[in-house]
Write a protein that binds this ligand. Sequence first.
Ligand code: S3P
Length: 165
Amino acid sequence: MLIGFMGSGKSSVARVLAAKTGLAHVDTDDMVVRQAGMSIPDIFAKEGEAGFRDREHDVLKTLIAMEPCVISSGGGVVVREENRILLRQLGTVVYLEVTAKEALARIGHNEERPLLRGSVSPQQLLDRRQDWYEGVADVSINTSSQSISQIASDIYRRLRELQVI
Ligand code: S3P
């Protein structure tokens, strides 16, 4: 399970890691969108952040029963305590560390992330979440100035060392 702030590279890295390990890749945001039949901005607009978080939690619960796979999550998956408990049950949690500045540079102008249009700055959001990310992570990876394939290789090596794969 990959966790980390928006723009930390979770989905792209998960795709490469899945190819490297031969495991399937699932993305919690994609599952939420599929099950809701709405885009993330539409879910936030119609149901608020709370509605999105409920849907995200439901998706996490369904993943418990799945075969081993590489999971990429939404950046706010750690906000709810019940999710942090589920993350620990889901297997090895890898935290992709990124600064708010670098995350924004990677994301660029993107309408798909409603929280970036809110009143809380990305730095404040990251500060709020930092301890939660670190608290649930088994492995932390510094993604600063690293390419997607370098990050995936780094994770692969660490998971081999831990004998997870
Ligand atoms: C969110 C991050 C997004 C998405 C939603 C909320 C967050 O996923 O789940 O917009 O709270 O940080 P990414 O981290 O893939 O951008």
